[in-house]
Design a protein around this ligand. Structure first.
Ligand SMILES: *Cc1c(COP(=O)(O)O)cnc(C)c1O
Length: 331
């Protein structure tokens, strides 16, 4: 029932659920054979990067990380044995926006390449990757789709029946499946998806606009802001944005620690997409397992703070951040 519901949310033919978002990714990667090649965006979730770098590479699947900021980089990375292309838009944690339709076409023009987009940040409510030419729309249901921070699950949404059959076989064969009770919980949560995401969007825009006016905030990363370099492209391919945003401040690690330990409503945690607001330092949390130089290339510095804006009153969140910034930057 849950799989049917997830497919219908994206007006897709099929959906398959897995024990976690990373479980969905492991199943999708299992489609590949040794000597196959993946092109992945540099800007991906830290756990995905770890799966590619430390696990799938050891199974003789070759991975090239390309900076998707330049489309030429993607073209150059594609080889004769490239079988999969993997990216996110918006990215984590710097909220970059890539032209999904253009990238999917670029890959398909070069051969039989399965294009995967991790759509966890926006959900089908705000963005429908399959309609933009993507082959597999991948989700961590743990985040917005469940939204209550009480389930871990993943999904793959697909139109191609042959691809679905291959993944269905892997799902059954490997046993990377969710429990019936968890499926019930996610199915329940989907009934409030629309109102939750509308509220996440309203709140995150308000907080982002407040941060933009703060003297100690250097940059705010939120694709719904006019100041975002790809705001127009974002509006073209997505209907809105959820509660994830990041900002950099004029201090360093020390000031970040003060901000993180001074907020009262925001909980310090790595996840996102739940009803409660969370704050984190990507350099230590979501991307903590990556090398320093990789992080720096991704713009993940010690003064970059990520917020997952929940469903609270936005005024309360702003007051909370204001107090924390004041503590970090007295005078
Ligand atoms: C959390 C997350 C994942 C991993 O999902 P789990 O359900 O935690 O395994 C993958 N991609 C993105 C973008 C995420 O935020």
């Amino acid at each position: 029932m849950l799989e049917k519901c997830l497919a219908s949310l994206e007006e897709a033919k099929h959906a398959l659920t897995f024990a976690s978002g990373l479980g969905a990714q492991t199943a999708i990667l299992s489609i590949l054979s040794s000597e196959d090649h993946i092109v992945a965006s540099v800007d991906i979730y830290g756990g995905t990067r770890r799966l590619f770098e430390n696990y799938i590479s050891r199974k003789s699947v070759e991975v090239t990380f390309a900076d998707f900021d330049q489309y030429d980089n993607i073209s150059r990375a594609i080889k004769n044995n490239t079988k999969m292309l993997w990216f996110e838009s918006p990215t984590n944690p710097t909220l970059k926006i890539f032209d999904i339709e253009k990238i999917a076409k670029l890959a398909h023009d070069r051969g039989e390449i399965i294009v995967v987009l991790d759509n966890t940040f926006l959900t089908p409510y705000f963005q429908r990757p399959l309609e933009l030419g993507v082959d597999i729309s991948m989700y961590s249901l743990t985040k917005y789709l469940n939204g209550h921070s009480d389930v871990i699950m993943g999904a793959a949404v697909i139109n191609d029946s042959e691809l679905k059959n291959r993944l269905r076989y892997i799902q059954n064969c490997t046993g990377i499946i969710p429990s019936p009770h968890d499926c019930y919980l996610v199915n329940r949560s989907l009934k409030t998806l629309a109102i939750r995401l509308e509220q996440h969007q309203r709140n995150s825009i308000e907080v982002a606009k407040y941060l933009e006016t703060h003297a100690r905030v250097v940059r705010v990363f939120h694709p719904g802001l006019k100041s975002h370099p790809n705001h127009e492209l974002f509006k073209k391919q997505a209907r809105g944005h959820s509660g994830v945003l990041s900002f950099s401040h004029s201090g360093g690690r020390h000031e970040s620690y003060i901000i993180l330990s001074s907020v009262k409503i925001f909980a310090m945690a790595e996840s996102l997409g739940g009803f409660e607001s969370l704050i984190g330092l990507p350099t230590l949390t979501s991307h903590g397992s990556l090398d320093k130089h990789v992080k720096e290339a991704m713009g993940i510095t010690e003064n970059l703070i990520r917020l997952s804006i929940g469903l609270e009153d936005p005024e309360d969140l702003i007051v909370d951040l204001e107090g924390a910034l004041k503590k970090a930057f007295p005078g």
